[in-house]
Design a protein around this ligand. Structure first.
Ligand SMILES: [Zn+2]
Ligand SMILES: [Zn+2]
Ligand SMILES: [Zn+2]
Length: 274
């Protein structure tokens, strides 16, 4: 499985859309890996997790062709993960697509309500996209990848999801943002599996949070518990993403801080294979 991080920032991006703080100023000056657009990943080119407002800029910066995107897996309805204004452009005359080119969208009930409203008021879109509600802990298959939504610890107004992705070779990724320390039901589920890759929320950088998001001290706790229960070992790649400017540490500083814990710090355009 190939995973490409298209964006690695929190809701407002880094530099933040309207922010004048010192961390955003530094990111503007240094550029490169310090520029973090809103978070999403591409899995094996035809599947994407989340559709942030920066998806169009991802098309441009990485030379992507989203007419080939077949599956869109949504974590939750926050606008930095599910930006529907651009989704509505997936139809003629805005997009010229093959007749059978359907984008399959999967998500929780809150995403389902938004999709129902969109598809009801734009009936010509139904030819080009569909929505399927997946209850938590129910596995489905898309393009030979087994996908299981697990409950996140995030916005209590909806069942926010993190996900297990398992490819046909049995390689397994836990995709874990936006979330704090996992709820019990999620711990129980993941402790029955081994993960080759664990991608974790690091919104608050060096500061602990754990309730709605995570920082490095929370990431360490997750890694320790997963290692103790056999869900992870020395060969498991732990990758941190979804960084906010309020965490303050630039890319190189984050790398220094996590060195003893063997985490990798994702950046926009970072690719990993498992
Ligand atoms: Zn987010
Ligand atoms: Zn800022
Ligand atoms: Zn969120």
């Amino acid at each position: 499985m190939k995973v490409k991080y298209l964006g690695t920032g929190a809701a407002e991006g880094w530099p933040g859309v309207f922010c004048g703080c010192q961390h955003c100023r530094k990111a503007r000056i240094r550029g490169g890996k310090n520029i973090r657009t809103r978070s999403s990943v591409l899995i094996d080119d035809s599947m994407m997790v989340d559709f942030p407002p920066d998806s169009y800029s991802h098309v441009i910066s990485y030379g992507l062709d989203f007419s080939r995107l077949k599956h869109l897996v949504i974590t939750h309805s926050h606008q930095d993960h599910f930006f529907t204004d651009d989704l509505k452009l997936r139809k003629p005359v805005f997009a010229h697509l093959e007749d059978n080119s359907i984008l399959n969208i999967y998500g929780n009930m809150a995403v389902g309500e938004i999709m129902t409203e969109i598809l009801n008021s734009n009936s010509d879109l139904k030819q080009y996209m569909s929505f399927r509600y997946i209850p938590p802990f129910e596995t489905y298959i898309a393009d030979d990848i087994r996908i299981t939504p697990l409950l996140a610890s995030h916005d209590r107004n909806e069942d926010c999801y993190i996900y297990i992705f398992e490819d046909k070779h049995g390689k397994r990724m836990l995709y874990g943002n936006d979330t704090g320390i996992f709820p019990d039901a999620t711990w129980e589920y993941i402790e029955g599996y081994y993960f080759d890759l664990v991608s974790l929320d690091c919104t608050t950088g060096p500061e602990p949070e754990g309730i709605y998001h995570m920082g490095i001290p929370d990431n360490i706790k997750i890694k320790e518990r997963m290692t103790k229960t056999g869900a992870a070992d020395n060969a498991t790649k732990f990758i941190l993403t979804h960084f906010s400017h309020n965490g303050g540490l630039l890319h190189e500083q984050l790398i220094e801080l996590v060195r003893p814990y063997e985490f990798q710090i994702a950046y926009d355009g970072f690719e990993v294979y498992v």
